[in-house]
Write a protein that binds this ligand. Sequence first.
Ligand code: MGD
Ligand code: MGD
Ligand code: SF4
Ligand code: MO
Length: 711
Amino acid sequence: METMQQDHTNTGAPVLKVMDTQCPFCSVQCKAQVIEEWAPGATKPTYRVEPKMNAASEGRLCIKGMNAYQHALHRERLTEPLLRQGGQFVPISWDAALTLIGERFTALQDQYGRDTVGVYGGGSLTNESAYLLGKFARVALRSKYIDYNGRFCMSAAASAGNKAFGIDRGLTNPLSDIPLAKCIILAGTNIAECQPTLMPYFTRAKENGAFIIAIDPRETGTTRMSDLHLKVKPGMDAALANGLQKVLLEEGLIDASFLGARTKGFAELKAHLEALDLEEIAQLTGVSEANIRKAAVTYGKSSTAMVFTARGVEQQTDGYMAVRAFLNLVLMSGKIGKPGSGYGAVTGQGNGQGGREHGQKADQLPGYRLIENPGDRAYIADVWDIEPEELPGKGVSAYEMMEKVHAQEIRSLLVMGSNPIVSNPNANFVEEGLRKLDFLVVADMFFSETAQLADLILPVTSYMENAGTLTNLEGRVLLREASRPPVGQSRDDWRVLSDIADQLGRGQYFEYGSAEDIFEELRVASRGGIADYYGITYDRLRREEGVYWPCPSTGTVSTGRLFEQQFAHEGGRAELIPVDNHMPAELTDDAYPLYLTTGRVLSQYLTGVQTRRSRSLAARDVESFVELHPKTARAYRITDGELVRVTSRRGTIVVRSRVTTDIRQDTVFVPMHWGDSQCVNKITNQALDPTCRMPGFKVCAVTIEPLVSGA
Ligand SMILES: Nc1nc2c(c(=O)[nH]1)N[C@H]1C(S)=C(S)[C@@H](COP(=O)(O)OP(=O)(O)OC[C@H]3O[C@@H](n4cnc5c(=O)[nH]c(N)nc54)[C@H](O)[C@@H]3O)O[C@H]1N2
Ligand SMILES: Nc1nc2c(c(=O)[nH]1)N[C@H]1C(S)=C(S)[C@@H](COP(=O)(O)OP(=O)(O)OC[C@H]3O[C@@H](n4cnc5c(=O)[nH]c(N)nc54)[C@H](O)[C@@H]3O)O[C@H]1N2
Ligand code: SF4
Ligand SMILES: [Mo]
């Protein structure tokens, strides 16, 4: 393994160091131990990883968690600040780096106004760092421009949950409810590859007799466990969910007393559904009427049921409405707020849940408060010891920030915890914009594609070296302790923010000695908000296996099940809404006759910056690929394993073909984990959902051809 240089020999007995930690990758947040062993005479330690018992992961770890330590120990970890000078990066001291940031941010703000400096965060950051990033933008920079990569991840489900239920928490039930469900709908979620340690919950449900329905244009490890797979056309989930609701209504499988007592909007929804045509829906979605009926009737007749959505449904230009359509289904059947019945937006990043609660979003303040709500502004201003008028207004969403960068309305950016030139749609445009910036600062552990464009790179600590809390997909807050000292001169994200604030003359608002100090402030800032963490303390987190929010007092003990008595809207009712059979923003035509959809593979994580630095993971998928149906392959004269050009209106990538009957004939699939000429976002569409500003990552129109024609 490519670990950093270790230059001493163990001359004594074997030395074992057991480090308690938590996987840095997906939203399950499995607990683990990394065990470092120095054998007698060894000049280097060896490492092994053991899963650790926790209520969410039940003592399981997937291959990414088993090998995560390899990137943390990798010799390419950034160890000192790096300044671009004449096309090269040269090491500089922290003092020099911080002074430079202070000077450049101040000069640009003096010349162009405060909003010219923006902040771009990420859902891998701990709650403490995410909270502080929001405070940093508003109090240190006093800029309105802040958003984060979770915009591309959770924004559709978050806005749908807020509007329908009055609260956005990934799962409305604890994971332990899954085995109690008699029917499970998995819509656009590939749990087998993306949250692998959750699979046994579903296996147990099946053993208990559950009927599983998968909705996905592709066959995956997840759809293979289903009893019925609806191979939907990309982007047509809202129509499909409408079809399911229509059948529920026709078959009288709705819960009238639940609808009457606990919801509003059913009359309009009913009229809307009655006017829809199931045959047309079958045609639009590519799913037969018989299968739509079978799915709806099985769901409707089951005594308990759970519906899950993830990015397949959500990363669409109608992502918000498509999720609302599934929430309609759940509410119409009354299958929520009970053991074994509920809904789950399967969150993505390690802190995909917490990262969206405490102020990284353009319109948001801590505790899920709103920056445009005068009461919320006053409350947070008081916690932060500033005047409410000093708080900026709301900014714009992640991709729209990139448009402002391109238009040079934003001239400087601090990126912390994201690799935007690989993960944004229309990536060529985003890269062009970032190259125009007067001053780009990237805080990362590695020399990512985005860091390569920076003027200044700041080295930060990894998951093994910093402490903080992360909130998993159930809304369970977990404490991850630091288990190793920082590498080189790397610093914790929160400390970097405090240090920069100091340079901006705002240090008095950022005086923290530890992550726990920040958490103590976060508790108060979130108090009384939707995402109330007031009752959570580090002590509690050390004693308990995580604590669910909302948690208004230190005595609150929650089952993790929401909405048992009422929904979170004033008046306690959930809201139903008519949803159109929306079409994707870009349709196929003669020039671009195929749909492209995108997603993930088991061994790689997001833009791959971390997983490619883990030898065991990198070896499993060394390059990207395009999945296509054998008939499609034949039509385009493409054989299995050859290089293929995939072209959309925005650009071209070159990837290797994987010919498989797993995918629909009209669709090809490319994973998102690679950059440069394999970066699928060079061809994805930048069209955004009008409500939540989520890009439609999951559908655009493309054409394909062999790289070497006639081969
Ligand atoms: N191995 C691995 N695990 C991860 C990650 C990772 O990068 N790698 N990332 C984490 C993060 S941040 C996230 S957000 C989650 C994502 O977790 P998921 O959302 O489960 O992952 P995706 O592969 O993006 O998409 C899920 C499925 O949607 C399908 N799909 C594509 N288009 C459509 C459509 O139009 N309709 C429907 N119904 N389905 C469609 C895809 O074929 C895919 O199987 O995973 C987390 N876990
Ligand atoms: N086509 C397509 N595009 C997509 C998606 C898709 O399904 N299809 N999915 C979208 C989704 S759901 C997501 S979540 C985004 C994610 O996309 P990105 O935001 O680009 O996510 P990462 O690849 O995790 O990039 C994180 C960067 O931050 C660094 N990092 C990791 N942890 C930390 C930390 O604690 N602190 C700091 N300072 N740095 C850290 C890593 O080394 C890496 O360079 O991509 C989106 N883009
Ligand atoms: S990637 Fe997710 S499922 Fe795998 S070990 Fe990490 S947290 Fe657990
Ligand atoms: Mo995500």
